[in-house]
Design a protein around this ligand. Sequence first.
Ligand SMILES: Cc1cc2nc3c(=O)[nH]c(=O)nc-3n(C[C@H](O)[C@H](O)[C@H](O)COP(=O)(O)OP(=O)(O)OC[C@H]3O[C@@H](n4cnc5c(N)ncnc54)[C@H](O)[C@@H]3O)c2cc1C
Length: 369
Amino acid sequence: MAKIAVIGAGSAGYHLAKSGHQVTLIDKSGFPRDKVCGDGISLETVQVLSTMGIYPQDLRQRIAEYAPIHRFFLGVSNQISHSEATTLEAYCIPRFVFDQLLHEKAIESGCVPLIQTIRENNGQLQHLSETFDYLIDARGVSAGEVSAIAIRAYWMFNRQNLSDVDLSEAQIHFDHHLGASGYGWIFPVSTQGEWVKLNVGVIVWLDESQKTNVIQLFKQFIQSNSQTRHLLSKVIHQDTPKVYPLATARKGNRVTDGNILKIGDAANLTDPLTGEGIANAVLSGLYVAQAINMSRSPEMAAENWQYLYESHFEADLRAGLRIKAFRKFSWMNTLLIWSMKQNPRIATQVSRTVAGLVPYHEVLSSLRY
Ligand SMILES: Cc1cc2nc3c(=O)[nH]c(=O)nc-3n(C[C@H](O)[C@H](O)[C@H](O)COP(=O)(O)OP(=O)(O)OC[C@H]3O[C@@H](n4cnc5c(N)ncnc54)[C@H](O)[C@@H]3O)c2cc1C
């Protein structure tokens, strides 16, 4: 049994405590706490969460703030759009609720929580790595390399003012002013009661525009997009939008820093095309636990975790980076949606890819045939 510290609570602690280790979960916040996010639980995330015993049918029954997703919508600047129904149900859930659930799972499995902010520059990380047998850094984007910036707002509605589609469709809008890779989203996140909540936001990548005023871009999105304008006419309450950075994938990534094992956004594991990071954050917790369980020393665990990262995450993240590099012009988004409208097979494949069911490297190989 090893003494392990995980900074940034979550899945790694759960798996390590389950496998018999003594785990301290250090986080600067107590739970529940807000995390700025689109709150989208992709089909891949649904699968990954089952490794922690979290299943949609339990959440549907237990959690008030929850929204099943049955349609995926892709559109470009009010000009062209496609909405694809899916029988494979993804869902959205506010991170305030979801992260609390993960935290509870980790505590139930035997982790000991500790509220403390860990700073790199005053030797605290070094001290922790000497005090514990293993140290996992899951501090999120604050420990990773920022590559994108996003803004999120919650809008409240009276349920009877929205249609069934409004309540079950995840919308992605490639509006021209957001660049080739940036997009706006409208996700229902709480649809079970009389009052419903939608998550509306915008994400842009910094490599496309260095001087990004994301607040301005968000205002432009909600004023110019026909779907947001339609919703604005019915909204009862809008909260103040919050801005937050992302750490998406990069080439030649190292997920270790000496003997410190980095996971999630701290290791830049977020999808470079969609900005989705929950699946890889949770999955990297499972793999880092395996790396520790199969090693006899921190040095060996670092080597094994880097190897597991390269064999299980890298191919897909690299394929995502290749697709992103190819999608240089915003007219490509129009072409993509036009192709979906022409060909139902492409429509299904693209929707499943956006929903996280088909890995990017499979999409790239299918294009070669
Ligand atoms: C606006 C926005 C929308 C997004 N939408 C989606 C989406 O719809 N679906 C999706 O899958 N992903 C989405 N993402 C990405 C997703 O939020 C992240 O990839 C994911 O949260 C990464 O998880 P993590 O555990 O690595 O980091 P985090 O969730 O950021 O957790 C880090 C933890 O570390 C703690 N911490 C941080 N610094 C310290 C410190 N110094 N000391 C101690 N503790 C510390 C924090 O309190 C926190 O609990 C979005 C991101 C943004 C910004």
